[in-house]
Design a protein around this ligand. Structure first.
Ligand code: AKB
Length: 312
């Protein structure tokens, strides 16, 4: 049995759908802090900071695998620093402890490119390098990575993780991140024909199409334990682009689309992150390879959103 914590979020909703297709609906329990209309039963209400409630659900359903996705993302975490730290750390501890006690066999926990900071080499950022994050979110993800590795080494916990780049999908909206513009821009392009971006035109960031990210997550979870050599978190590169480049890619489909720039506090967060990521370790260890480039992603995003918005 599989439990998804934070199932109502951008990644969670997509993972629930794919895992239910793969294993059957009743084998995948979705959970979130409140009921989510888009999520069908089996669903349980769970505040990820409530360790007793988590244990109750794990016992009730005999959960063996947990995808722990609940977190406050970069932009939101800057507004609630103490809460972000508590949520992001405490919830991870609860899951790691259950695995240490032998109740859970396998954990997926996402880290992020936010573990890197202004002193990290910006281009082709290596797997192992300087990690001095300057955001609360980044600090919590880096600490989480260290704890994952610690529990793996000391207690044999089978925890697996990916440093997600910005994720772009048409099924769900992201919430509270710095890379969220790269989803919103497609919606606005179709609805208004223009977009005002909160990052500068040259804010280059690593991104990935959701289909690739979900496939990577499942491939990592299905890899043989001995092939998962990194127990902190794997770098995962995808596509790197700037707001100007994504706008040009949209213009190939919608020639009149206009972009303007009005950078806010998120620009500083973006500037502290890498421009591109080296993911050779993921390729070597468990055979990772991305499928989508920027134009393929734009074409598919716009096609799917047109259908969703009844514009086709
Ligand atoms: C964010 O922008 O905070 C996230 C991330 C890169 O982890 N999308």
């Amino acid at each position: 049995m599989i439990l998804i914590i934070g199932a109502g979020g951008q990644v969670g909703q997509e993972l629930v759908a794919i895992l239910r297709e793969k294993h059957g609906k009743d084998k995948v329990i979705a959970s979130d802090i409140r009921q989510v209309d888009a999520l069908e039963a089996p669903f349980e209400t769970l505040d990820a900071m409530d360790g007793d409630r988590l244990k109750e659900i794990v016992d009730q359903y005999q959960i063996k695998e947990v995808y722990h996705l609940a977190a406050l993302l970069s932009a939101n975490a800057e507004k609630q620093i103490k809460f972000a730290w508590e949520l992001n750390m405490q919830s991870l501890f609860h899951v790691l402890e259950l695995a240490k006690e032998g109740k859970i066999n396998k954990i997926f926990w996402p880290s992020s490119i936010a573990v890197f900071g202004p002193t990290t080499p910006k281009n082709d950022t290596p797997q192992e390098t300087v990690t001095e994050p300057s955001t609360v979110y980044g600090i919590s993800k880096l600490a989480g990575e260290r704890w994952c590795e610690y529990y793996a080494n000391k207690f044999g916990v089978d925890v697996r993780s990916i440093r997600y780049p910005g994720l772009i999908g048409y099924k769900t909206m992201p919430g509270g991140g710095t890379t969220d513009y790269a989803v919103d821009i497609y919606h606005q392009a179709l609805e208004k024909g223009s977009y005002e971006c909160f990052l500068k035109e040259d804010a280059y960031l690593p991104m990935m199409y959701m289909e690739d990210a979900i496939r990577a997550t499942i491939e990592l979870m299905e890899a043989k334990a001995e092939d998962v050599k990194i127990r902190s978190s794997y770098n995962l590169g995808g596509i790197s682009f700037s707001p100007k480049e994504i706008a040009e890619s949209i213009q190939k489909e919608i020639p009149d689309f206009q972009i303007s720039y009005n950078p806010d506090f998120r620009q500083q967060i973006a500037e502290s992150w890498p421009s591109s990521i080296n993911d050779q370790a993921a390729r070597d260890d468990w055979g990772w390879k991305e499928a989508y480039d920027l134009d393929a992603m734009s074409a598919d995003m716009l096609k799917q959103l047109r259908i969703q918005k009844g514009m086709d």
